[in-house]
Ligand binder design. Structure first.
Ligand code: GDP
Ligand code: IMO
Ligand code: MG
Length: 430
C-alpha cells in the first residue's frame, strides 16, 4: 500500500479535513506535511464538529496513528490546547496515537509578534495572514536560525536556543519595528513546560512513514492550505510560506515520489479565499451572501481559524486545471455541491479573457492575473435538496451534469462528491 496525498485545489478550506476523515479508515498513518495552525480543518461526526488546526484529521479514527511531519511549523501552546480539548471530548491523543516529528519547527511568541509587526508595517499591502507566526517561523527555518521540536528532548539545548532566538527577535522587534521586547526568562519557563509534556510525542517522522510503507500499509498525507497559497505555485506574494502542493508532501514527510499512488485534489463546487490578493470570479453583495451564508450554519463560509468572512465566487476552471497540473492530480473530490441547490443557473468560469485573448490556463504572474476577466458558461441548476443523496443515480440530472462538466473540463475524474459536512455525506461516483 502506498502514499496517498490530499491536496487543496483552490485557496484553502475546500473540505480537506472532511475527506481526510473519510479516507482515514483505511490508513495506518495520517500525516500533516506542511503549514501550522493557520490551517483549520473540520470533521463532523453525528452532528458533532471537531475543528483541528495541527492534529491530523485521522485522529477521530481510533486505530489510526497521526503524525505532525517535518515540514510543519508547530506552536506548542496550540498543540497542547488541541490535545487537551480532544482528550476532554473522549478522543485518545496519547503518544501511542499522536506523533510529532523531531524535525518540525517550533513557533514561538517571537514569531507571532514578528508576524503582527510585519503585517502592520505593510499597511495597505498586508497579506492578511492568520497572525499565527507562520511566515516568520519558516523564515527562521530558511535562515537556519529555527528551533526544531527535537529540542524538547534536551532541556539545556532548548534553553540556549531560546536565549539566542529571543535576542535575535528583540533586535528585529525593537530595532526594526519599534515594538516592545520579549522577556527571555518568561519564554524559557513557558517552553520548559511544553518540553516536559511534548517530549513523549517526539519521533523520527520519515522513519515512521517508511516503516509503514514497507509493511504495505497506507499512509495518507493531509494537505493544509491550497495550491494557490503555495509559495512557489500560488498567487505570490499573497500566499502562505510553505508548499501545500504535492511536492511539499515529499519534502515535508521525507519520502520520494515513487511511493505515491493517488493525489486527490479537493475542490469546492465554488471558490473561496481568506486574506488579500486577486480573485477573478469574486462576487459581492447578495450573490456573495447566497454562497457564503450568514454564519448561522456551522459550514457557512467564515474562517475556521480566524472567523473572518471568506471571500466567495463561482467555480474557476483555470484554477482547477492549474491545480491538476502542479500536483499531477489523479482525481477530484468535489465538496459543498449541496450549497448550489436552488440556483436557477450556475455560472462557471471556463477561461479568462486576457488582453483580448482567450486563455484557459492560470497566468503565472500577478500582473496578468489582475487583467484577467472571467469567461462564464452557465449550467442549469437544480431545485432539490441533495444533502441526503448517497448514490450518483439519485442526484438530479443537472447536478450530475455539473460534476461531469468539472471532470470533462479538467480531464480528471471526480471520485467523490460531498453533499454535507457529515462523515456519511459523500457520494462515491466511481
Ligand atoms: P479544510 O480547511 O479544507 O479542511 O476546510 P474547512 O474545514 O476550513 O472548511 C470547510 C467547511 O465546509 C467546514 O465547515 C466543513 O464542515 C464544511 N463542509 C465540507 N464539505 C461539505 C459539504 O459537502 N457540504 C457542506 N454543506 N459543508 C461541507
Ligand atoms: P486550511 O488548511 C484558508 C491564508 C491566509 C492569508 C495567507 C497567508 O484550513 O485550508 P499565513 O498565516 O499562512 O501566513 O497567511 O494564507 N491561509 C489560509 N486560507 N485556509 C487555510 O488553511 C489557510 N492558511 C493560510 O488567510 O491569506
Ligand atoms: Mg480550513
Amino acid at each position: 500500500m502506498p502514499l496517498n496525498i490530499i491536496i487543496g485545489a483552490q485557496w484553502g478550506d475546500e473540505g480537506k479535513g472532511h475527506i481526510t476523515d473519510r479516507l482515514a479508515h483505511d490508513a495506518a498513518i495520517v500525516a500533516r506535511y506542511s503549514g501550522g495552525d493557520n490551517a483549520g480543518h473540520t470533521v463532523a461526526i453525528a452532528g458533532e464538529f471537531f475543528r483541528l488546526h495541527l492534529i491530523p484529521s485521522g485522529i477521530i479514527h481510533p486505530g489510526v496513528v497521526c503524525l505532525i511531519g517535518n515540514g510543519t511549523v508547530v506552536n506548542p501552546a496550540v498543540l497542547l490546547r488541541e490535545i487537551d480539548d480532544l482528550a476532554a471530548r473522549g478522543v485518545d491523543v496519547s503518544p501511542s496515537r499522536l506523533k510529532l516529528s523531531g524535525g518540525a519547527h517550533l513557533i514561538t511568541p517571537g514569531h507571532i509578534a514578528m508576524d503582527k509587526a510585519h503585517e502592520k508595517s505593510r499597511g495597505a499591502e498586508a497579506i492578511g495572514t492568520t497572525m499565527r507566526g507562520i511566515g516568520p517561523a519558516y523564515t527562521d527555518k530558511a535562515r537556519r536560525e529555527g528551533l526544531r521540536a527535537e529540542l524538547f528532548a534536551d532541556s539545556e539545548a532548548l534553553a540556549a536556543a531560546l536565549q539566542a532566538h529571543v535576542a535575535l527577535k528583540n533586535a528585529a522587534l525593537v530595532g526594526g519595528y519599534g515594538e516592545e521586547p520579549l522577556d527571555a526568562a518568561v519564554m524559557a519557563a513557558e517552553f520548559a513546560g511544553y518540553a516536559r509534556r511534548l517530549a513523549p510525542y517526539l519521533v523520527d517522522g520519515p522513519l515512521l512513514v517508511d516503516e509503514a510503507l514497507r509493511h504495505g500499509q497506507m499512509v495518507l498525507a493531509e494537505g493544509a492550505q491550497g495550491t494557490l497559497l503555495d509559495i512557489d505555485h500560488g498567487t505570490y506574494p499573497f500566499v502562505t510560506s510553505s508548499s501545500p502542493t504535492a511536492g511539499g508532501a515529499m519534502t515535508g514527510l521525507g519520502v520520494g515520489p515513487r511511493m505515491v499512488d493517488r493525489v486527490i485534489g479537493v475542490a469546492k463546487a465554488f471558490t473561496t479565499r481568506v486574506g488579500s490578493g486577486p480573485f477573478p470570479t469574486e462576487l459581492s453583495g447578495e450573490a456573495a451572501v447566497r454562497l457564503r451564508g450568514t454564519g448561522e450554519k456551522p459550514w457557512d463560509e467564515f474562517g475556521t481559524t480566524t472567523g473572518r468572512p471568506r471571500r466567495v465566487g463561482w467555480l474557476d476552471l483555470p484554477i482547477l486545471r492549474h491545480a491538476r497540473r502542479i500536483n499531477s492530480l489523479s482525481e477530484w473530490v468535489l465538496t459543498k455541491l449541496d450549497i448550489l441547490s436552488g440556483l436557477p443557473e450556475i455560472p462557471v468560469c471556463v477561461a479568462y479573457e486576457l488582453d483580448g485573448r482567450r486563455v484557459e490556463s492560470f497566468p503565472h504572474d500577478l500582473a496578468s492575473l489582475a487583467r484577467c476577466r472571467p469567461i462564464y458558461e452557465s449550467l442549469p441548476g437544480w431545485e432539490e435538496d441533495i444533502m441526503g443523496v448517497r448514490r450518483p443515480s439519485d442526484l438530479p440530472d443537472a447536478a450530475r451534469r455539473y460534476v461531469a462538466f468539472v471532470a470533462d473540463s479538467t480531464g480528471t475524474p471526480v471520485t467523490f462528491v460531498s453533499v454535507g459536512p457529515g462523515r456519511e455525506q459523500f457520494i462515491e461516483m466511481i
